[in-house]
Design a protein around this ligand. Structure first.
Ligand SMILES: NC(=O)c1ccc[n+]([C@@H]2O[C@H](COP(=O)([O-])OP(=O)(O)OC[C@H]3O[C@@H](n4cnc5c(N)ncnc54)[C@H](O)[C@@H]3O)[C@@H](O)[C@H]2O)c1
Length: 697
């Protein structure tokens, strides 16, 4: 490619990186930068340099596809040495999203100017690594340790305005940012301004050099979850070195830490999810050129738990939404809950009051279905989980909605094809399965019906992205991908209680692994009466859960379930009454209770789930193992640093899982759900992996 990095000479020369789409710092860019800075140094006609990029953003990071290959010179450090040795001022002209390695390049410039909408960040932590090219050393020097560490640990970007306030950028320029940077450079020359090298700045480090204990406070404030996580722990150490060690020594340590993380299982898992997330909405038989329908207005049917959250998603993305209920009372209740949700976010500082007003204004409520859906380009149905009711609603929608409206159901389990058949336009119908709380959870399972039209699917994907979700396209099956696998996880949970475990032991095996909660804590949160009602309808039984509901223990909403929740607390406390109830059940079954260790519990929960994932893959309900991983990470709290169930299974080894499953199934009285699935058997027998399956396809 010609001119991937271009040098435009002049008294203020401009270096432009042009590597679409996001100017990632691949080898050719690094080499181009090295050459451009060398030429700028050697050209006596050049007195200052502006560094910028073509397209939609300043360099937005490293080229992650290079991570698994041997490093190719020049490294960024070589480029940075040249930049820092420059006697001519270098000004970064920032716009778009200078992230990761891109921001590290900017930190190495002497000055930074930014367009007002620029967002700057070091997101490496989200890939299980850390800023390996000066970010952990230069950022604390520029903005202070107390501001740098939270940026590095959260990985979240900050606005240009915040960056101006904390000293990360020197000026915000309206209009053309390159022109602004040139003008800035001219002023530097006219004023004979000093070259500000971040590595030489000491004043913001001094308080920590004088009193290293200050850092412990910063760590305590900034670190969220670090237990078992390699990258945050390493990043905390690296930032500590900024005031403990000389720059070059610290950077040597950082590079070692970076390499170790990069080669470690956690970062591999996180990179897998990064790529899988981008793939999960790609559908091989639907060309990328398929044009989504234009969505200007949405309607949501049902203002309950899900409908309210889904409406918020639309309003948050600036899409006007009408919420439809059966009675004014239910509508008022739903709207009040939405308002309260927003108010709480405002109180916590997550939303400005005027922004909240703007969003609330985008919402209208009505009890008139015809009026509510008439203008809508997309309708999401979120009424009770009842096939009869859903069919009735879709039958009406068919007559009332615009001819080209997308008609989506948020059903958790029901057959989307059957729902589609309640209309005369099944190609317009599909599932958009949100997760609770819908305004928070990132996952959106998009359920493709047998007749769903390509552009309807493309629209759902585009809308999903627009409202900030991670769409994963799946096929029709009871519970789709996530809930079907969740069900498989639950099979052994209650049996283990009868054999000798307590709810906290079972949940503990999952929270220890990194899940936010286990099956029993989750049951308490969702309400035990929900599953109880489903079981009653189908004649199924869950002895202990049913007994709890019969005793009025519905979970968090009644303050008692598998656990007790004292004084309105949301954190579970083990309850001796529940233990008694469980032990009595064991006695009734003539079971001699024994101690189940964490490993056994974990495997009996997780291996059946992986097994079900294999069946789902085999049936073509999920297109790729990575899609399943994305679903579990974004919808069910699977710890991202283990990469999701299928990635994790490959790491554990499929033959081990097959053998353990066979044992579990035998002990459970040959429950067919627990028998190793044909795909798992095939892969285990041939020494294959789920990841390999994808490549072979
Ligand atoms: N709660 C969850 O965690 C969750 C997660 C994903 C999907 N879902 C699915 O979402 C759907 C809604 O679940 P929910 O938890 O929000 O239920 P909910 O009981 O909280 O809300 C349902 C709402 O629909 C209203 N409604 C019923 N019939 C209606 C009609 N004909 N027209 C307009 N409104 C009507 C009810 O008044 C009620 O407010 C279900 O299909 C459920 O399976 C639920």
């Amino acid at each position: 490619m010609a001119n991937i990095v271009e040098l435009r000479p002049g008294a203020v020369a401009v270096i432009v990186v042009d590597n679409p789409p996001v100017n990632a710092l691949k080898q050719a860019v690094r080499a181009g930068l090295r050459d451009a800075f060398t030429r700028a140094r050697d050209d006596a006609g050049i007195h200052a340099i502006v560094l910028t990029a073509a397209g939609r953003t300043f360099m937005a990071g490293a080229d992650i596809t290079e991570f698994d290959k041997p490093p190719q010179p020049p490294g960024l450090v070589e480029v940075f040495d040249l930049m820092e040795a420059s006697k001519k001022p270098i000004v970064a002209a920032l716009f778009g999203t200078p992230l990761g390695g891109g921001l590290e390049v900017a930190l190495t410039c002497h000055y930074r100017v930014a367009a007002p909408t620029t967002r700057l960040g070091l997101p490496e932590i989200k890939l299980g690594i850390l800023p390996g090219a000066g970010g952990t050393q230069r950022l604390p020097r520029l903005i202070g340790v107390d501001k740098a560490l939270p940026m590095i640990l959260s990985g979240d970007p900050i606005s240009a305005q915040e960056a101006l306030a904390n000293g990360l950028v020197d000026e915000i320029v309206e209009g053309d940012v390159t022109e602004g940077a040139i003008a800035f450079a001219r002023r530097l020359l006219a004023e004979k301004a000093p070259l500000k090298r971040a590595r030489d700045m000491e004043d913001k480090l001094k308080p920590y050099r004088d009193n290293p204990k200050l850092y412990d406070e910063v760590v305590a404030k900034s670190a969220k979850r670090t237990r078992g996580l390699a990258a945050p722990a390493a990043a905390i150490e690296c930032v500590r070195w900024s005031f403990e060690k000389p720059f070059d020594e610290a950077e040597r340590g950082v590079r070692e830490a970076f390499q170790k993380l990069r080669e470690g299982d956690q970062s591999k898992a996180q990179r897998h999810i990064f790529f899988a997330e981008r793939e999960a909405a790609k559908v091989p038989d639907i060309p990328a050129s398929t044009k989504p329908r234009d969505i200007k207005r949405a309607a949501v049917i049902g203002a309950g738990t899900m409908g309210g959250g889904i409406s918020m998603c639309f309003a948050n993305a600036g899409i006007p939404v009408t919420i439809i209920e059966t009675s004014q009372e239910a509508l008022d209740k739903g709207l009040a809950t939405i308002k309260r949700n927003y108010e709480n976010t405002v109180k916590r500082g997550g939303l400005k009051a005027d922004e909240m007003e703007r969003r609330v204004k985008l919402m209208t409520g009505t009890t008139d279905l015809a009026a509510g859906v008439r203008e809508a380009d997309i309708v999401v149905e979120a009424v009770f989980e009842d096939m009869g009711l859903k069919k009735e609603v879709f039958g009406k929608l068919d007559k009332l909605a615009k001819p080209d409206a997308v008609l989506a159901t948020n059903t958790s389990y029901l057959n989307v094809n059957e729902i589609g058949k309640a209309t005369a336009r099944p190609p317009s119908v599909l599932g958009m399965h949100f997760f609770s709380p819908a305004n928070v959870m990132r996952l959106l399972e998009i359920v493709r019906g047998a007749e769903t039209a390509p552009d309807v699917l493309a629209t759902a994907i585009a809308v999903g992205r627009k409202i900030g979700k991670v769409p994963a396209v799946v096929g029709v099956t009871h519970g789709f991908v996530g809930n079907r696998m969740l069900h498989a996880r639950g099979i052994e949970a209650e049996r283990m209680l009868l054999e000798g475990a307590l709810p906290q032991d079972v949940d503990g095996a999952l929270t220890e692994f990194g899940f936010p909660m286990g099956p029993f804590g989750m049951g308490d949160l969702a309400g035990l009466d929900v599953g109880w009602r489903v079981r009653k309808a189908s004649g199924a039984k869950a002895e202990i859960a049913d007994a709890l509901v019969d005793a009025g223990r519905y979970g968090q909403k009644t303050g008692k379930g598998f656990y007790k929740y004292e004084g309105g607390s949301r954190s579970p406390t083990p309850d001796p009454d529940v233990e008694k109830l469980i032990v009595e059940a064991s006695v009734r079954h003539g079971v001699k209770r024994r101690n189940l260790d964490r490993k056994e519990i974990f495997e009996r929960l997780i291996f059946p789930l992986i097994n079900e994932g294999a069946r789902i893959l085999d049936e073509g309900i999920a297109m790729r193992p990575g899609d399943i991983d994305v679903i579990w990470v974004y919808g069910y709290g699977w710890p991202v640093w283990t990469g999701g169930p299928m990635h994790y299974a490959d790491r554990v080894g499929l033959s081990y899982i097959r053998d353990r499953l066979a044992e579990i199934a035998a002990r459970a009285g040959n429950n067919p759900k627990l028998e190793p699935s044909p795909l798992l058997m095939r892969l285990a027998d041939s020494g294959g992996t789920f990841a390999g399956l994808k490549k072979a396809a």
